[in-house]
Design a binder for this molecule. Sequence first.
Ligand code: ADP
Ligand code: MG
Ligand code: MG
Length: 206
Amino acid sequence: MTYPTTLLPQLIEAVANAIDENAEAVAALDQAIGDGDHVINLQRGLAALLAQREELGLLTWSAAWQKMGMTLMSTVGGASGSLLGTLFLEMAKAAADQALDLKGFAVVFAQGVEAMKRRGKSEAGEKTMLDVLVPVAVYLQSDACTAAEGLTGVQAVAIAGVESTRAMLATKGRAAFLAERSVGHIDAGAKSCQLMICAISAVLSA
Ligand code: ADP
Ligand code: MG
Ligand code: MG
C-alpha cells in the first residue's frame, strides 16, 4: 500500500496539535538546558505549514517535502530550523517521483536523517533530536516494522529514544555549553521529534 499526499493536511494538523498540547513541557526542557525558544520556533514553522496544507496535499511527496523544507528553513530558525529543513529537502531529493509504501518511505527518511547528521556534524548519542530520529530510521527499515505492526512499534522506539537522552552528556547544540550539568535532563528537540513521530504514526495507523 502506498501513502497518498492527500494525507498531508491531516498529518500537519496532528503534528501541530501534538506540539501545542505539549508546548509547556517542551518549552521547559529547552529552558533547562537551552535558551527556551524551541517550542516557539516549531510553532512558527507549523503555523506556516498549516497555512500551506491544502496546497501541499495536491503535490507529489517530493514536491511537497521540497516546499516544506524551504518553509521550515525560512520560518523555524534556531538550530532546529536548519536541521528539520535539511531533513525535508533531502527527503524530497531521495523520493524523486516515486510512490511511497512503508519501506520506500523508510529508505527516504533514513537518507534525510543522514543529511541532518552531516548538517549538524552530529551523531546519535550527543543528546539531540538524532537520538530519536536515528533509532526510528533504523526501526522503520528493519523486518520488525511492517505496515500492520510497525506504526505502533515506532512509537515505543521514539519514546525510548527520548528517555535515552536524559543520561547523556550534551556535546552538540546549546546544551553542550553546560557540559556535565546537561546530564539528567531530556533534550527538547528529541522530545518534540518524538511527539511529531507519535502524532504521524497515530494518523497512519488509524
Ligand atoms: P536553538 O538551540 O538554536 O535555540 P532550538 O531550540 O529550536 O534551536 O533547537 C534546539 C534543539 O536542536 C536541541 O534540543 C537539539 O535536539 C537540536 N540540535 C542542536 N544542535 C544540533 C546538532 N548539531 N545536531 C542535531 N541536533 C541538534
Ligand atoms: Mg532553543
Ligand atoms: Mg534559539
